[in-house]
Design a protein around this ligand. Structure first.
Ligand SMILES: Nc1ncnc2c1ncn2[C@@H]1O[C@H](COP(=O)(O)OP(=O)(O)OP(=O)(O)O)[C@@H](O)[C@H]1O
Ligand SMILES: [Mg+2]
Length: 245
């Protein structure tokens, strides 16, 4: 099937930024809500289970099946912001580990300025201890490397070895926006899934759900404008909705 490229398709070739310290855009992850008691809706309405993840049915079903069959590969999830990559991995972790999930997942910002040595040490500390908390059988742990595209090439080569070393105990999930910044050697160790911008129908449905839950009064034309403005970025849609409420 042909893919329609939109401005949201930012994972294609984008040229080199020249150095590894380019400014990363604030993607609205740290949204400040005027009413300090209010939880940001992006968190309040984050899908808890794989079934709650909107769109990406084929991807989610595949990951769901692999998880059920205990055959989860290393993953590389890529695509534009606010499309459900982090949410999907966290839902996988909940499915695998239930209430134990905080002990079984290591969330690292791969672009950590302290470098690969710190990342390597944290992974080693985490992955080298086996967990037998699920009866006699030990379970693999999950290492989540967010913003993997901000890692230097050297760090990525180092990570390749780390992945190999701990494959017995851990599965790695690399998440990024720009897949072309991930070295082929790492890509080939992972099963890749591309998260496209959400189509307007899915954004519309999800927003309607939130509008109903929050008892908001939003006109049809207001909703349509918001869907258009969000451009397939569900985080953006929710942040705007919350600010405008
Ligand atoms: N497919 C989706 N279904 C339902 N909600 C979604 C989906 N994608 C994003 N959201 C909403 O947007 C928020 C941000 O999503 P998430 O953190 O999964 O994005 P991401 O793809 O990891 O983005 P980034 O590349 O910026 O890290 C979620 O908390 C959720 O509220
Ligand atoms: Mg994310």
């Amino acid at each position: 099937m042909a893919e329609i490229l939109t401005p949201m398709d930012i994972d294609e070739e984008t040229g080199d930024h020249g150095n590894n310290h380019y400014q990363r855009p604030n993607k609205g992850k740290n949204v400040v809500v005027a009413d300090t008691k209010a939880t940001p809706w992006v968190e309040k309405y984050r899908p808890l289970s794989l079934a709650d993840v909107a769109a990406h049915r084929d991807i989610v079903d595949t990951i769901d099946r692999l998880t059920s069959e205990n055959r989860l590969p290393h993953l590389l999830l890529y695509g534009p912001p606010g499309t459900g990559k982090t949410s999907t991995i966290l839902a996988v972790a909940r499915k695998l580990y239930g209430a134990q999930y905080h002990n079984m997942i290591l969330e690292l910002n791969a672009s950590d300025d302290r470098g690969i040595e710190v990342v390597r040490q944290q992974i080693q500390d985490f992955a080298s201890t086996q967990s037998f908390s699920f009866g006699a059988k030990s379970q693999v742990k999950l290492v989540l490397l967010d913003e993997a595209d901000a890692m230097t090439k050297d760090a990525q080569f180092a990570l390749r070895r780390v992945i190999e070393k701990y494959t017995k105990n851990a599965r790695f999930a690399l998440i990024c926006n720009h897949v072309n910044k991930i070295i082929p050697a790492l890509q080939s160790r992972c099963t890749r899934f591309r998260f496209a911008p959400l189509d307007p129908d899915h954004v519309d449905q999800r927003l309607k759900h939130v509008i109903e839950s929050e008892r908001l009064d939003v006109t049809d034309s207001g909703l349509a404008a918001l869907v258009r403005l969000s451009n397939g970025d569900m985080r953006k849609a929710l942040n705007i909705l919350q600010v405008l409420r």
